[in-house]
Design a protein around this ligand. Structure first.
Ligand code: MN
Length: 305
């Protein structure tokens, strides 16, 4: 059983693992859950061998009771002691751009389009600054495609999780094998069109609060990060977005300013007991239902906006 992340890097990592060791059953946690819930646990307990790819799941140690556990990943993490193998270069102080590069190193897997897509998925245009860039260029030459085509392939593979189609994410592991047919896949293409419309529609509704723009939205799709980016980069505004989901509020903040630093905000959210993540230029948090606006006001106050 292969348990993998729902994004392009997770999808291509699963495809690589199956290329190495043969077809296998595979599964992702519910989209948006960076943990295993009771339903996931019940399902996974039937397997005596589980491989986790591209996900840091602290509660995965509970799987060791029933299964031999192997983990290949590149996220910030702590060692899972009970795992038969926990191969994550982060544990020895190295940062890898994708899980696909971790697999490539661990198993001597050839640098092909799957490895490249994993990197482009996680790093975006920053891929061009990596030491792997010349290998990515070789893949582009081999397929006679451009950088934009790699970005399109990533958008296609990511479109399924953005639309909350968990079953389709699993299908994409097989779609990813053939880059040519992936780029022409009608189902995924129409996903991308739908997502673009939805992102634009919401971003337009952001309201000026004077020194920043605020948007309260309600969508079942996983697009808050893209909507916030559209307001900050596309419209050039400081952006705070709250998405009211059925069981939680999602929060995102991004600013086009060079000296903006979201790190203290991430710490602030974590001190309050919320799950939060991000980097200097962006922060995302999952809040209890109904807390979105109150938390936004606290953040605005901290920033002096
Ligand atoms: Mn990854």
């Amino acid at each position: 059983m292969i348990l993998h992340h729902w994004d392009t890097d997770g999808i291509t990592s699963a495809a690589i693992y199956m290329d190495l060791f043969g077809e296998d059953e595979h599964y992702t946690p519910k989209i948006g859950n960076y943990y295993l819930d009771e339903e996931d646990m019940d399902y996974l307990r039937r397997f005596d061998s589980i491989v986790i790819l591209d996900m840091n799941l602290p509660d995965s140690k509970e799987l060791c009771g029933n299964a031999e556990l192997k983990i290949y990943d590149h996220h910030r993490t702590e060692r899972i002691e009970c795992a038969a193998e926990h191969y994550n270069p982060y544990l020895w102080g190295k940062h890898y751009p994708s899980c696909t590069t971790v697999l490539s190193e661990r198993f001597g897997y050839k640098f092909n389009h799957l490895v490249a897509l994993g990197i482009v998925g996680d790093m975006g245009p920053k891929a061009k600054e990596l030491k792997e860039w010349n290998l990515i260029e070789k893949v582009m030459e081999e397929y006679r495609i451009k950088w934009e085509d790699l970005e399109t392939a990533v958008a296609l593979l990511d479109s399924s999780y953005k639309l909350n189609k968990r079953f389709e994410v699993l299908e994409n592991v097989h779609r990813a094998k053939d880059l040519r047919s992936l780029l022409e896949d009608d189902t995924l293409r129409s996903n991308v069109e739908k997502i673009d419309v939805e992102i634009h529609r919401w971003a337009q509704r952001a309201e000026s609060m004077g020194s920043y723009y605020f948007l309260k939205m309600r969508t079942p799709y996983h697009i808050i990060s893209s909507v916030t980016r559209e307001i900050a980069w596309g419209m050039g505004k400081r952006a705070i977005v709250v998405n009211e989901k059925e069981d939680r509020d999602e929060f995102y903040i991004r600013s086009p300013e060079k000296n903006f630093n979201a790190i203290p905000l991430i710490e602030y959210a974590r001190e309050k007991g919320y799950r939060a993540g991000g980097k200097r230029e962006v922060m995302g948090a999952v809040l209890p239902k109904g807390k979105g606006e109150e938390f936004s006001m606290e953040i605005v106050k901290i920033l002096g906006w």
